[in-house]
Design a protein around this ligand. Structure first.
Ligand SMILES: Nc1ncnc2c1ncn2[C@@H]1O[C@H](COP(=O)(O)OP(=O)(O)OP(=O)(O)O)[C@@H](O)[C@H]1O
Ligand SMILES: [Mg+2]
Length: 511
């Protein structure tokens, strides 16, 4: 007898439906065809044990299983449940008249319990698109699949539940989430808030500007100055995620199997990989491609703490995705693309010992050591960072100050208003949405200066010995400062402030 069961395979952040045909016939043997990988080929051992332990068996007949389309590579253990139910049904051990209305996936353990899968969200999106009635999957993935409406989502813990559902019509518990309601509820409460940071008004101002224009930023300061603390709070002042952005980001996290109980992500992600990270873990890849940290930060913040400690080559591979806002991974037979539109926040100590020009520093570094340390970050990556700011530790009196400072929600309001202006400005462009993304032509067009401001900028550049690359950055940041003020034109005050945010060009630190 021939039966069909449905499952799905994920490529990039999109899923494709897989039809699993199971044929049970006279004779003996077990054949699995249609480009399965080793984990799938091994599934018959898991299935045999799981069935045995629940009072069923793989029949001693000729079983042929075809996974179609045959040219699409299928990987992993998430098809165990699909195959098991297919075998039971094709061998008439269970009746399953409505089998074809469901997508069924899950990894089996030997006792028949069901383990989580990766990519439940993109799979659910596809299932709804293709008109499936329901999706039966591991219970720990149910919340993430239930983000999709008009699809019945059933989380299960054991194969026995699935068997009873099809064979005896015993109902499964449906997971229902009102996505929009849930999303709105969680939108307002950032986990980390700027009001926790005492003092540091000028740094907060600087981060507000960075958030408003989408500018990449680097924080320079000695250990304990609060760099990590400040960076962590940046997502909380970025404009709230739209439902569309939240879906995009959650999909990527779903593909690496990291959504679990949170369901839809309502806060922008903040990722902070360690400096020993590999190229693949940062940008994505591997023989079965998976998204990397830059994609997990999509629509949020990627924080590279202690930037000079990262291997130079790792930083190099990030340049292209920073430009394109997506990363494409090519393999012999296919390519996948992961979105990677993130704000880069970096931090560094001003020297390998941690201090710069500080007479009280516990350690000092020789000029040669300093040069070696700083040369690691010079060049192309730094070229993509608009704002440099020095962070000095706040004095004790400020730290113990009981007064509450401004909350992230208040700051975010101003940021969002400045973004509205930018959205209008770039409404005709498909690729540019905020000031940091402007190309040189757009800079000429939108960052015009009057005579006096031009003169001011020229004098400052000469006197502070600013590099040519600083010029465009200063204009972009000035544009954002003007937007925050609701000013159409850029004036001298805006320029002067933007000039302050070029520390690394100024001090002659980087040759
Ligand atoms: N302005 C501040 N307000 C409140 N707490 C602060 C402030 N600055 C520093 N702290 C406290 O000091 C701790 C250390 O700060 P943080 O880890 O952010 O420093 P850092 O600059 O990242 O240091 P390192 O270079 O060692 O990584 C914070 O967890 C926080 O408790
Ligand atoms: Mg730190």
């Amino acid at each position: 007898m021939l039966k069909k069961v449905f499952a799905s395979a994920v490529f990039g952040v999109e899923a494709s439906t897989i039809t699993v045909e199971v044929n049970v016939d006279g004779g003996i043997g077990y054949h699995l065809v249609g480009l399965p990988d080793n984990a799938i080929k091994e599934s018959n051992f898991r299935i045999a044990a799981a069935l045995q332990n629940n009072g069923y068996k793989i029949p001693g007949k000729k079983i042929t299983i075809n996974m179609a389309p045959a040219d699409l590579r299928k990987e992993g253990s998430a098809y165990d449940l699909t195959l098991a139910i297919g075998i039971l049904s094709a061998s008439n051990q269970i009746k399953a008249e409505n089998l074809e209305q469901y997508l069924i996936m899950g990894e089996l353990s030997l006792d028949g319990s069901i383990h989580p899968i990766k990519g439940a969200l993109p799979i659910a999106v596809k299932a709804r698109e293709e008109g499936f009635k329901g999706f039966i999957l591991p219970s720990s993935n149910a919340k993430e699949a239930a983000i999709v409406d008009n699809l019945e989502v059933y989380g299960v813990d054991n194969i026995k539940q699935v068997i009873n559902f099809f064979d005896e019509g015993e109902p499964l518990e449906q997971t229902i989430i009102n996505t929009r309601e849930e999303f709105n509820k969680r939108l307002e409460f950032p986990e980390f808030d700027f009001s926790d940071v005492k003092g540091q008004e000028s740094i907060k101002r600087c981060m507000e500007i960075a958030a408003a224009g989408g500018h990449n930023i680097i924080l320079i300061g000695p250990p304990g100055a609060g760099k990590t603390m400040l960076a962590k709070r940046l997502p909380s002042i970025l404009p709230p995620m739209t439902l569309h952005e939240a879906l995009e980001t959650t999909k990527i996290h779903s593909v690496v199997g990291r959504v679990k109980d949170t369901g839809l992500m309502a806060q922008r992600p903040f990722r902070s990989p360690h400096h020993t990270i590999s190229n693949v873990a940062l940008v994505g890849g591997g023989s079965y491609p998976q998204p990397g940290e830059i994609s997990l930060s999509h629509n949020g913040v990627l924080f590279l703490d202690e930037l000079p400690e990262f291997k130079r080559e790792v930083l190099e591979v990030m340049r292209q995705p920073l430009e394109d806002r997506e990363v494409t991974i090519s393999r012999a037979k296919f390519t996948v693309t992961y979105p990677s539109s993130f704000m880069l926040v970096a931090s560094m100590n001003p020297s390998p010992g941690g201090y710069f020009n500080d007479p009280n520093a516990p350690v000092t570094s020789s000029p040669a050591e300093m040069q070696r340390y700083l040369s690691k970050v010079s060049g192309p990556l730094l070229d993509r960072i608009d704002i440099h700011i020095e962070v000095t530790p706040v004095p004790f009196e400020k730290l113990s100050d009981e007064r509450k400072s401004e909350t992230s929600v208040e700051i975010r309001k101003r940021v969002t208003e400045a973004r509205v202006i930018q959205t209008q400005r770039f409404s005709e462009s498909e690729t540019v949405h905020y000031n940091a993304q402007m190309n040189s032509k757009q800079i000429r067009k939108y960052c015009g200066l009057d005579g006096a401001s031009k003169e001011l900028l020229k004098t400052a550049m000469d006197r502070l010995n600013l590099s040519a690359r600083a010029y465009d950055r200063i204009l972009k940041v000035s544009r954002t400062i003007a937007d925050l003020e609701g000013s159409d034109s850029i004036n001298g005050t805006h320029i002067s402030e933007a000039i302050q945010y070029r520390s690394l060009d100024r001090e002659g630190w980087l040759g």
